[in-house]
Design a protein around this ligand. Structure first.
Ligand SMILES: Nc1nc2c(c(=O)[nH]1)N[C@H]1C(S)=C(S)[C@@H](COP(=O)(O)O)O[C@H]1N2
Ligand SMILES: [Mo]
Length: 346
């Protein structure tokens, strides 16, 4: 993801993405590491996609300290991912290790490894979500209020970052549509806006003096996108609660859009009659739009979106694959944009 950090030295700003910085610094060693680990653990490529169980999740090593008991119970009662269909991609899962250590979560730093390092002590309990705007059931809800009425389910989705890497992630969550219905939006609610926590004490990225992001991180969806059955409120990954770096305790997952739409650690849901702004569009409107549908035919101004690196990838095993329109979900979502010029509404 591009952030225009003003550098005193003369690297052209087009080269300064956290992705390229990270790779320049760690790329070769990391490539060796990933390849080596792959040999030890057995081949990942062509291996049958593992189905998920909590045993696959070595999460004891991560920040799960503040997981409340009721959530443990609700997580245990989740529905497994279907064998096939829209909610289960058949591609090999991206290993837990990559899903939880290669992250974009700028509140915790701009390097891919920063969130897993800096979010270790992140407190999610107590957590509340404010519901505001064009909606009947306004109010401040506890996390338990938000989650309790829903049956959690596993879904295996592709995640395609606008930086041209991708993963296949087994989420645990519930349809956003079910949550929205409980709040009873008014007929004026045409968009939903989501807002991430601001907490300078816990989130070092928000203290950074060169950050150009105007916190809080914000995202938005058109109401029909928000109500689409693919749109998920996620509370877990790999059969257990979300590690902080993945957006604990509650994050959005919109699998046909670039990853930046999938906003993490949500504290406010705001129903609006007008289109909200979103963080990346706010920073670079000519590079990042509101819709942000995955589209191999429309390049980012500074790189192609025609292909992607499927993680884990390394110098020796780049795993470069073609990017699919709407990230492979075209059949389910293309109708939402039938009368729109997707070059203009990127
Ligand atoms: N609040 C917040 N949400 C965010 C981000 C962020 O920096 N802050 N990064 C986004 C981007 S660019 C991506 S690709 C995904 C990454 O999700 P993951 O780290 O769980 O794979 O989170 C998105 N949600
Ligand atoms: Mo991203």
């Amino acid at each position: 993801m591009l952030i225009k950090i003003k550098q005193p030295h003369d690297i052209p700003s087009s080269e300064i993405t956290p992705e390229s910085v990270y790779r320049a610094r760690r790329g070769f060693l990391q490539g060796m590491g990933v390849a080596g680990a792959g040999l030890l653990a057995g081949p990942a490529l062509g291996q049958e996609a593992s189905r998920v169980s909590a045993q696959d999740n070595p999460a004891q090593a991560l920040n799960l300290a503040s997981k409340p008991d009721w959530l443990t119970a609700q997580m245990a009662a989740r529905k497994p991912a279907p064998e096939e269909g829209l909610f289960t991609v058949s591609d090999t899962l991206t290993p837990f290790e990559d899903v939880t250590t290669y992250n974009n979560f700028y509140e915790f730093g701009t390097d891919k490894a920063d969130p897993s390092r800096n979010a270790r002590d992140f407190k999610i309990d107590p957590w509340t979500v404010e519901v505001t705007g064009e909606v009947a059931k306004k109010g401040t809800y506890t996390l338990e209020d938000i989650l309790k009425p829903h049956t959690l389910e596993e879904r295996i989705y592709r995640l395609r970052c606008v930086e041209a890497w991708s993963m296949v992630i087994p989420w645990v969550g519930f349809p956003l549509a079910d949550l929205i219905q409980r709040f009873e939006p008014t007929s004026d609610a045409r968009y939903v806006e989501f807002i991430t926590l601001v907490d300078r004490d816990q989130m070092p990225g928000q203290r950074s003096r060169f950050g150009t992001i105007d916190w809080p991180y914000r995202e938005g969806l058109r109401m029909d996108e928000a109500m689409h059955p693919l749109t998920l409120m996620a509370v877990g990954v790999y059969g257990d609660v979300l590690p902080a770096q993945n957006g604990a305790p509650l994050r959005l997952v919109v699998p046909w859009k670039y990853g930046f739409k999938s906003i993490k650690s949500i504290v406010r849901i705001n129903f609006r009659s007008t289109m909200p702004n979103n963080t990346w569009r706010d920073l670079q409107p000519n590079e990042y739009g509101f819709y942000a549908n995955v589209n191999p035919a429309v390049s980012h101004p500074r790189w192609s979106q025609a292909s992607e690196r499927r993680l884990p990838s390394s110098l020796f095993m780049p795993q470069r694959i073609d990017t699919l329109p709407f990230n492979g979900y075209a059949e389910a979502v293309a109708d939402l944009y039938a009368d729109m010029d997707l070059r203009r509404f990127y």
